[in-house]
Design a protein around this ligand. Structure first.
Ligand SMILES: Nc1nc2c(c(=O)[nH]1)N[C@H]1C(S)=C(S)[C@@H](COP(=O)(O)OP(=O)(O)OC[C@H]3O[C@@H](n4cnc5c(=O)[nH]c(N)nc54)[C@H](O)[C@@H]3O)O[C@H]1N2
Ligand SMILES: Nc1nc2c(c(=O)[nH]1)N[C@H]1C(S)=C(S)[C@@H](COP(=O)(O)OP(=O)(O)OC[C@H]3O[C@@H](n4cnc5c(=O)[nH]c(N)nc54)[C@H](O)[C@@H]3O)O[C@H]1N2
Ligand code: SF4
Ligand SMILES: [Mo]
Length: 758
């Protein structure tokens, strides 16, 4: 297959077909509509949504990644046939084999590991490469469950701390209003939130734009002058990474001392704000913490300035604005909870929303996880996974621990569903994931662990490309893109749509869909009929449409109707945006929250009884374990953050040449730091710490604050002969240490040094 400059079809023998399809979204934060031009079995062009645009059901306009997808679809490096490893593990040497040999080997290894160790030694890692329900890691999960189960995991790399911390305050993750309601807001704090670059539901940036046109003032708090700060905000407030809780505490200090908080709402709907409403003796109330009654440190704007690098006047002004310019939204991005004490920033943001009385009102926002009211929005898994007979689950971020010392892991290591693990991970079936190497923390460590064949004995990887993870496979299986098979999808986090992803073209080489591969392995394991239930991919799509119809979309068209009308997407229009906690606000006694007190828990008795200084009962600023304030800053004085870039969906599209041209992989560094190191714009620089080193070009710019460097996450790890990564993968520098309460990733907490490189 040749790569095309513009037109793939020289002389068309059939008329062009225009098909509205869901974008092969991967885990990109959005769900959009594309118009695929199909001619002679080839997709020649991708356009975006052309349907009428309304506030209740806006167009699902595609981003650059969707529009540039053909460079991935028709990439010359697509995997075309199954391969087996011939060199050492991780060396990347493979040899073509037949599908029969590949699938027989996988089935035989699954049987062997099950017989030797038991089902709990099998593992399907977190993998978000495909969300079209019939492609992706869920297909392997169904296979494992029918085979007697495998070690499970809970939580995600995305929302690790926020998923666990939010319910401690609100008893639920459904804390978000439907986004049309943002138009009722007067003040919007985009706190570590960058929806112009990282899609957080298609159209979130658009709704913010409309809210601003409607008169809302928008402030962006981020160490980077992100595209959101540039294009959506009235003001950018740079803040030192990992210190947001200090600023939030100081804002609370201003609100308390100037009596700007909503006293009535706090009295009727919250517990633990001050000593008059503590659930038990002995605990420290939030006001006591903020005023420094016990530790002798009032959390004043002056105190916070020294920590956050935000001027005290700015902190004071923003506190006053947010407390008085109501209703207001404090939207928390997820980057700042992927950090050392990520739980604290989530709870501190929720507390500010609560004490300003912005909960349960139109134009307000409760903060926290913010799954969409009234029912949580996305369904995530419509394809039935079945029950996993193995009940033990690990926190997703601790999979390397389960490889090294699974048998020693207990509830103290975050094990849920059982008291302890009875196995180490021995077989990994990795589908649609780059988390074995690229996306997990501390790449050099993961590589060392995976190279050891005494630890994980067999690794199979299913992907479109020979990714850094696939290079560690014993067997590599080539799979379809979502244009080459049937699928269906609903929204990512926000939105009320179902998108059809019909098969448009034949796959190249010998690629098969993930569903087909798993079905063929199931047949070899004697569970083929149980796996397919007699359905092919198209029949499963009909089945899943029926499930959507039965749950959130009663008027959803049938598959035939979808196809004959060529609509591509069905939307539930949002004319009356749902407001989270509206009923609780109106009558807190009749509509108690699902917390122990039934109220908003500013102080958590459950956390208090854990008696752990790293898990305080009220949200506190805790200096991070790697920070500019610790001894490590002597050697590694810069904080490294890694934003989700327009170039990629994590590591997907790293090899897309159009996107690389638009958003080249570079480390962003402030002129002050560059000058001090003799670095000029465009220089090749080395970024390093004790865990490893990367070399990549730099961009010297004021758009990142001094003391911080930004290395967009997701670049493919490409080590040279000295083990130095030449592409710029931030995870070479990140740490495998997890957060104390959620056992979640803290990948954004990393100190580094930068120098010029040859
Ligand atoms: N283009 C694109 N969009 C995506 C994705 C993608 O890969 N590419 N991935 C999707 C997925 S799976 C997810 S989970 C989400 C992730 O969404 P997020 O986690 O919210 O995205 P990030 O870019 O990591 O972080 C958002 C912003 O937080 C800032 N930030 C980092 N540390 C701090 C801090 O300590 N304090 C403050 N105030 N700000 C900080 C970063 O500079 C960045 O601008 O994005 C989704 N959308
Ligand atoms: N340092 C740092 N690390 C991070 C993050 C961060 O912010 N900073 N973000 C984290 C977050 S939020 C997330 S969600 C994870 C994401 O981590 P992953 O879930 O690993 O996501 P991707 O890197 O996109 O890898 C998905 C893989 O699936 C493949 N793929 C695409 N379509 C298909 C298909 O149909 N079938 C199969 N079999 N394969 C397919 C792609 O080629 C790609 O290799 O990364 C996490 N890692
Ligand atoms: S946001 Fe996601 S679904 Fe939308 S066009 Fe971009 S890649 Fe596709
Ligand atoms: Mo994510």
């Amino acid at each position: 297959m040749k790569l095309f400059p513009r037109k793939l079809v020289e002389k068309a023998s059939a008329p062009e077909r225009l098909v509205r399809v869901g974008c092969p979204a991967h885990n990109c934060g959005g769900r959009c509509l594309l118009i695929a031009h199909v001619q002679d079995g080839v997709i020649t062009r991708l356009d975006t949504d052309d349907r009428p645009d309304t506030l209740a059901a806006p167009q699902l306009r595609a981003c650059v990644r969707g529009r540039a997808y053909l460079r991935r679809q028709y990439h010359p490096d697509r995997l075309l046939y199954p391969m087996k490893r011939v060199g050492a593990r991780g060396e990347g040497k493979f040899e073509r084999i037949s599908w029969d040999e590949a699938l027989d080997t996988v089935a035989q290894q699954m049987r062997r590991v099950k017989a030797t160790y038991g089902n709990s030694a099998l593992f399907v890692p977190y993998g978000t490469g495909s969300h079209n329900q019939l492609n992706g890691s869920q297909t392997a999960r169904r296979l494992m469950n029918l085979f007697g189960g495998c070690l499970g995991f809970y939580n995600s790399y995305s929302w690790g701390a926020i998923n666990i911390a939010t319910p401690y305050v609100y008893g639920t993750l459904q804390t978000g209003n439907q986004r049309q309601d943002w138009l009722n807001s007067k003040y919007i704090l985009m706190w570590g939130w960058n929806p112009a670059e990282m899609r957080d539901g298609t159209n979130s940036d658009y709704f913010i734009k409309l809210a601003r046109e409607n008169g809302a003032r928008v402030v962006c708090i981020d160490p980077r002058h992100s595209l959101s700060a540039a294009s959506l905000a009235d003001e950018w407030v740079p803040i030192r990474p990992g210190t947001d809780v200090a600023m939030m505490s100081a804002m609370a200090y201003v609100m308390i001392t100037e009596e700007l908080y909503d006293e009535e709402f706090v009295r009727t709907h919250c517990v633990g704000f001050d000593s008059s409403q503590m659930p038990s003796e002995g605990g420290e109330s939030y006001a006591d913490y903020v005023l420094g009654m016990r530790d002798g440190t009032p959390k004043t704007p002056e105190w916070a300035e020294a920590i956050t690098a935000v001027p005290r006047e700015t902190i004071t002004r923003i506190a006053r604005e947010y407390a008085t310019c109501k209703p207001g939204v404090l939207y928390q991005g997820y980057g700042m909870q992927r950090r050392a004490y990520g739980e604290q920033v989530v709870r501190a943001g929720c507390v500010l929303a609560a004490i300003t009385g912005n909960v349960g009102v139109p134009g307000g926002w409760a903060s926290g996880m913010a799954l969409q009211a009234p029912d949580g929005g996305a369904l995530w898994n419509v394809f039935p996974l079945g029950d996993n007979p193995v009940k033990a689950t690990i926190p997703v971020f601790l999979w390397t621990e389960a490889v090294l010392r699974g048998k020693e892991m207990t509830r103290a290591d975050g094990i849920v569903g059982a008291e302890k693990l009875d196995n180490n991970i021995k077989l990994i079936y990795a589908v649609a994931t780059n988390t074995l190497i690229n996306q997990h923390a501390n790449v050099n460590r993961s590589a060392r662990i995976l190279r050891d064949e005494n630890l994980v004995e067999f690794i199979v990887v299913q992907d479109n490309f020979l990714t850094p993870t696939a290079r560690f496979a014993d067997i590599v299986l080539p799979t379809c893109t979502q244009f080459e098979m049937w699928g269906v999808e609903d929204c990512w986090k926000y939105g009320d749509e179902v998108l059809l992803q019909p098969k448009l073209v034949e796959p190249p080489g010998e690629c098969k869909s993930d569903y087909r591969i798993c079905a063929e392995i199931a047949a070899r394991l004697g569970i083929g009929d149980a796996y397919t239930e007699g359905r092919d991919e198209r029949a499963w799509v009909e089945w899943m449409l029926a499930r959507y119809r039965a749950t959130r979309f009663p008027n959803l068209p049938s598959l035939d109707e979808f196809e004959s009308s060529n609509i591509g997407v069905y939307a539930n229009p949002v004319t009356q945006p749902a407001i989270a906690f509206a009923a609780f606000r109106a009558n807190p006694d009749a509509h108690r929250l699902n917390t122990p007190s039934g109220k908003i828990e500013i102080f958590s008795q459950r956390l208090h009884s854990m008696d752990n200084a790293e898990i305080p009962a009220v949200p506190k600023y805790i200096p991070e374990w790697e920070s500019p304030f610790g001894p490590e800053a002597q050697q590694y004085p810069l904080q490294a953050v890694g934003h989700h870039t327009l170039h990629r969906v994590h590591s997907s599209h790293d090899n897309n040449d159009w996107l690389e041209e638009a958003f080249p992989q570079r480390v962003f560094i402030n002129p002050i730091e560059a000058q001090a190191r003799g670095i000029a714009d465009g220089d090749s620089v080395k970024v390093y710490n004790a865990r490893g080193a990367i070399v990549l070009p730099c961009r010297v710019t004021n758009r990142v604050m001094p003391g911080v460097v930004d290395i967009p996450e997701g670049a493919w790890w490409t080590p040279d002969e000295n083990g130095i990564d030449r592409r710029g993968n931030i995870n070479v520098l990140t740490s495998e240490r997890w957060t104390p309460l959620a056992f979640a990733t803290a990948q954004h907490t990393a100190m580094v040094q930068v120098e010029r490189s040859q």
